[in-house]
Design a binder for this molecule. Sequence first.
Ligand SMILES: Cc1ncc(COP(=O)(O)O)c(C=O)c1O
Length: 496
Amino acid sequence: MQLPFNVEHGAAQSLQDQIFHRVRRLILDGQLKPGTSMPATRELSRQLEVSRNTVLLAYDRLIAEGYLETEPAVGTFVSAHLPEDSLMLTERPARAIDRHDRALRHRTILFHGQPHGVYTPPGQRVSIDFKVGRPDPNSFPARLWQRLLVKKLEEAGKNLTEYSDPAGLWELRQAIAEHLGPARGIATTPEQVLVVAGCQEALDIVARLFVTKGTQVVTECPCYQGAAFLFESYGADLYPIPVDNQGIQVDRLPDSPVTLAYLTPSHQYPMGATLSLERRLRLLEWAAGTGAYLIEDDYDSDFRHHGSPLTALKGLDRYDSVIYLGTFSKSIGASLRLGYMVLPRPLVKPATDVKTLLNNGQPWLEQAVVAEFMSGGGFGNHLRRIRRVYLLRRDCLVSALRRHFGEVRISGLEGGMHIVWHLPAGFPPAAEVERRVRDAGVAVYTLPGGAAYCQPGEAAVRRSIMLGYSSLAESEIKEGVARIAAVLENAAAGGT
Ligand SMILES: Cc1ncc(COP(=O)(O)O)c(C=O)c1O
């Protein structure tokens, strides 16, 4: 063990005294706990570059004063029972405490945001959870993953001990660029792809590049909390534009210059609309005219249940105005913490520089596994398999709702991993539905509960329930909806 201090050669205080006081301080501050084994005198003399005799004399004094004790032929330890004066020293005088508290109170914390609700602590989990945007845990390709992990470990060489390119592993950036052509109509090169820790970090990188106090950021209304809260935490003024069943209402975009617009064109979060082609083209024209960068959050576009997917905004982008965000959180797993950006050319270097300042890049092993998962065809097979599973689950959910509630009004059916159920007249408000069904062991979500950012008084908040279906088996979906129906019938009958 190395002790966390050095001594000053040539100082007024003798080397022996310095060692005595430093060790004593470590013990009194609780950094060296009673019973801790002390380094051998030879070892400490090497660490501090002093003679062994100096260390021996310092140890002798610490033993004599009761801070250390020896066990012959075993070693030297911090005393199990420290001398009385040391215990007294741990209690700071009242005046010192006061000063300390005042100093703490006057520290300025610059973060003024709040987190979005993605994590459910174990104590709050329920048996049937219609949580939004969660991949099916049983569909995770565990066996192939294990094989790839072992293979990549065997090939790792220096890759696990060296820093790698903060922009991401080249093979992964290549695989992403190749995937995006056929999948999203995006023609790009690996140079423009930046590997990040999910869309959330991508948003942070964009904010660091563009947002300061008062920066205007256009958002959909409602939109994803993870984006809205993040921009607000950098001081942005959000400019919310309502969405309808074709996505953001582009004729309500401001004429004035805007820095950024944050959008979910494939599957509007949370309401689920797909932005029409006409609106996509008008958005691009608007961005070119106002100088705004469009952030296209394509979080769950791997799942398109009807027709062929619309080309991403980035695929239609002739003016290099779109910052494209993709993630493996939905297609593979959220705890992988891997996503990517496709950057307009002028942003490649600044964004990579920010990524370097943030964390020097993503872990090599996970990137290497995902790269081979993609290039070896595993990703394509996995997507085909889970698309079928999710479509069946979506249909199962919709028919269960119809069976119990008749003609239900639903949005967001075309793609993604959740739907929005618009509660009919006569049903309790969404917050009450959320509360009541939870008592029956089922979690459903209001818009804010499902990480949607809403304006105060927004009507949809009171009447919309979000239901994620991708992580539940069909039997759980049926059971969950039956329980919801029982609870709501009870509510209608005036029961509790
Ligand atoms: C709209 C939206 N964007 C992005 C994400 C994914 O974020 P990340 O890639 O950081 O896991 C989510 C996850 O819930 C989301 O709902």
